[in-house]
Structures are given as structure tokens and as C-alpha cells.
Design a protein. Structure first.
Length: 137
């Protein structure tokens, strides 16, 4: 490899990776700095900043369940897609979409399953809370 090819390779890496990263850093810094300036201007004018009330928002307790169901769905979709790919002889131009398509389909089905499962668990918790509230009264 001569120096001209090496220079092109280095510039390609810098342009493809370095510039987007640098742009993301600059944009993040600008946003953070502008929010800080806005807050400081409000404080100087005597405007009371409202603290964000996070008490009304209940964090989800089922994040691990969601992630686990999604990973199981994606891996099942990948396995099913690979098995079907070996059995289906597709000479069309769209044959390579089989495995990713089935993987995404199973991932979506996993999210739907998570939705119904978490809703059922939340309803069960509400019933138990109401039952314990009635017993304490």
C-alpha cells in the first residue's frame, strides 16, 4: 500500500467516524450551555424555577421483563428465519429479507406479549393493593 492509498483510507475513516462524533459533541455542548444560560437568566430576573415533579410518574418495574421478552422474541425469530431460509429455495431478489423480516416480526410479537403480560401483572398488583387497603380499614 503506497502513501496515497493510506492517506485516502485515513481520511475516509476520519470523515466517516470522526466528523459525526465531533458534530454530536458540539451539538450536545451547545444544548447544555444554552439551557444553563436560560436558567441563569431566569434566576437573575427573580423567576422561581419549578422543580420537576417526578412523584406523579411511576417508573416501570418491568424493564427487565420487557428486555427479556424482546431478546427471546428476537432470538426465536432469528432461529425460525434461519431454519426457513434453509428449507425455502428462493431465487428472487427479495429472498435475503426473509431472516431479518421474521426476526423483526417475532420482536414485534414479543413487545405485544410484553404489553399484555405487564398489564395483567399491574392489574393483579392493583387488586392486591385494594384488598390489603380494605383489610387495614
Amino acid at each position: 500500500m503506497d502513501s496515497g492509498e493510506l492517506t485516502i483510507a485515513v481520511l475516509g475513516v476520519i470523515c466517516a467516524i470522526g466528523l459525526p462524533v465531533l458534530l454530536a459533541i458540539i451539538v450536545s455542548y451547545t444544548l447544555i450551555k444554552s439551557k444553563h444560560k436560560e436558567k441563569m437568566a431566569m434566576i437573575e430576573k427573580g423567576i422561581v424555577l419549578e422543580e420537576r415533579d417526578m412523584s406523579g410518574r411511576k417508573p416501570s418495574r418491568y424493564n427487565s421483563l420487557r428486555n427479556g421478552v424482546l431478546m427471546i422474541g428476537l432470538s426465536l425469530g432469528l432461529i425460525v428465519g434461519m431454519v426457513l431460509d434453509t428449507y425455502i429455495d428462493s431465487d428472487s431478489d427479495w429472498g435475503f429479507f426473509l431472516v431479518p423480516g421474521i426476526t423483526v416480526l417475532f420482536g414485534g410479537a414479543a413487545f405485544v406479549a410484553y404489553f399484555f403480560l405487564s398489564r395483567r401483572l399491574e392489574l393483579k398488583e392493583q387488586e392486591e393493593d385494594e384488598k390489603s387497603l380494605r383489610l387495614t380499614e
